[in-house]
Write a protein that binds this ligand. Structure first.
Ligand SMILES: Nc1nc2c(ncn2[C@@H]2O[C@H](COP(=O)(O)OP(=O)(O)OP(=O)(O)O)[C@@H](O)[C@H]2O)c(=O)[nH]1
Ligand SMILES: [Mg+2]
Length: 485
């Protein structure tokens, strides 16, 4: 319990840090249209994908401990179903769906992280739903069951972009299970591609798990080895890598029992794999914390770099502007002087006050004209030239900076080109200071808390809870300080 509380507290603190420190600046300066916490604020999610009839729903039912999802031989399910926890009915009364919500409500409810999926339209909304279930398996995570992958022709009839939906969901998920059916160890090339493209290399590696399912249908051990070998070959073809990712083997015992095929002799030897898969899924909240910490670090770095670029540009523009205004001022003073001189020599005007005011008015007019035309034109030219050389705006000394720059370069360019935003250099400076502080202190403290969590004993956790509740009263301004004690 304390372990869960600690993880939840840590998760809340990370999300809170993002909400309070990164999102306001990200939205103000055009780094992101939506709050940065949108994708990460909800509970950890496990996305289950695979060909139709690969046994996704049967396996999920087995984890949940009840027949919640429909199963069947033909393509059975054409909906994305989010399965989450609800304890309003005790599990002793039977595990079941306690509440159901349709896609429209789900996409519009700010409590859930799905608003970004609205872009997939009405047809998708009609194939999206949520079920709340009183299964203890879902206490700390949610599972998303997906419609099975069909051939590419039938995919087109769905009325929404299935691959893109998968990619978007994978981005939000803490773990993606890719299921293969032992009988058709066919590939899921397209889904793999869309997930590969949406997740960055770093997050991809530790988020995806390949599962060879329905292994009870292999009649002999030789048969299993053949199927396993085919799958490895197919995977190396789609991943383009020689080192094959680990493949877990499992089956659904309930489905196997009704299939009436006698269980192969090797099955008991692989029971540990099933348990292993279950444990990996249950570990998702902890892995999710690592992802969250990385998310905070990456966006913290990028956002700081982004603001730095805006600051550098605006500073240069300001300098240029002052220089040109100074030139304009000189020209208008000279012009004013010339007017006074001409009035004196050509018209014979001698009264110094009249001369001064005539010169002054002349200088003012020239300055006005300067600001309205040449100054504006010069500034436009400066913007254009500077944007052509945008890569020199900020120093890019190492690979981290290179990576963050390549992630934000186009955003910075567009923002500056369209001359967006209404902020001062001073505001940029304050926000940059705040975000750098988050990058230096918060991320370090969060990593430390994550590191020590793994080795914390029950006693340590109790002690932590005691200290935390006594601190609750005088909550510090910096959220991460509540966790680190
Ligand atoms: N023998 C055996 N049969 C299984 C296993 N898993 C699923 N099945 C059977 O395979 C069929 C398809 O299972 P589902 O769980 O509906 O598969 P799915 O991947 O959810 O299919 P779609 O929702 O259509 O994409 C059902 O008739 C199940 O009873 C398994 O591990 N062993
Ligand atoms: Mg299904």
């Amino acid at each position: 319990m304390d372990r869960e509380n600690y993880m939840n507290a840590l998760r809340e603190d990370i999300v809170d840090t993002i909400t309070r420190h990164l999102t306001p600046a990200a939205r103000r300066y055009g780094y992101s249209d939506m709050p940065l916490e949108t994708n990460v604020k909800w509970r950890p999610m496990v996305l289950v994908i695979g060909n139709y009839s690969s046994g996704k729903s049967s396996l999920i039912n087995e984890f949940l401990g009840a027949k919640i999802q429909d199963t069947g031989q033909a393509p059975t399910d054409d909906s994305f179903t989010v399965l989450t926890y609800d304890d309003s009915v005790p599990e002793t009364e039977g595990i079941r769906v306690v509440e159901q919500r349709d896609g429209k409500a789900l996409l519009n409810d700010p409590e859930y992280p799905f608003s970004t999926l609205r872009k997939h339209g009405q047809r998708f909304a009609a194939h999206f739903q949520l079920k709340k279930i009183n299964s203890p398996f879902l206490k700390n995570l949610a599972i998303i069951d997906t419609p099975g992958m069909l051939d590419s022709i039938s995919e087109r009839d769905r009325g929404y972009d299935y691959q893109e939906v998968l990619g978007d969901l994978a981005q939000k998920a803490g773990l993606v299970l890719v299921l293969f059916d032992a009988h058709k160890a066919g590939t899921v090339r397209e889904a793999y591609k869309s997930i590969r493209e949406t997740l960055t290399a770093h997050t991809f590696e530790d988020r995806i798990i390949f599962v060879l399912n329905r292994i009870d249908e292999c009649t002999t051990f030789n048969d299993l080895l053949r199927v396993y070998g085919t799958l490895c070959w197919n995977l190396s073809q789609i991943t383009g890598r020689k080192d094959i990712p680990m493949i877990r083997m499992t089956y659904s015992s309930n489905a196997a029992a009704i299939s009436k095929v006698s269980a192969p002799a090797f099955l008991p030897l692989l029971e540990n794999q099933r348990e292993d898969l279950k444990q990996t899924i249950l570990q998702t909240p902890l892995r999710r914390l690592d992802h969250l910490a990385t998310y905070l670090e990456i966006h913290g770095e990028r956002l700081a770099h982004y603001i730095e670029a805006l600051q550098a540009f605006n500073l240069e523009l300001q300098k240029f502007r002052i220089q040109k205004i100074f030139i304009g001022l000189l020209i208008s003073l000279l012009g004013g002087g010339l007017i006074a001189f001409l009035l004196m020599t050509l018209v014979g005007m001698a009264d110094p006050t009249t001369l001064l005011s005539a010169g002054g008015i002349g200088a003012g007019l020239i300055m006005g004209l300067w600001l309205a035309f040449p100054q504006k034109k010069l500034e436009l030219k400066f913007r254009k030239n500077r944007l052509q050389d945008i890569d020199t705006l900020t120093p890019i000394a190492d690979q981290t900076r290179k990576d963050s720059w390549s992630a934000i370069r186009d955003l910075v360019y567009l923002h500056l080109k369209e001359n967006k935003g209404d902020y001062t250099l001073y505001e940029l400076k304050l926000d940059l200071f705040d975000i750098r502080q988050v990058n230096d202190d918060a991320t370090h403290d969060i990593r430390e808390a994550l590191g020590s969590f793994r080795s914390m004993s029950e006693h340590d956790l109790k002690e932590w809870r005691r200290k935390r509740s006594s601190r609750e009263a005088d909550k510090k301004d910096l959220p991460w300080q509540d966790v680190i004690i």
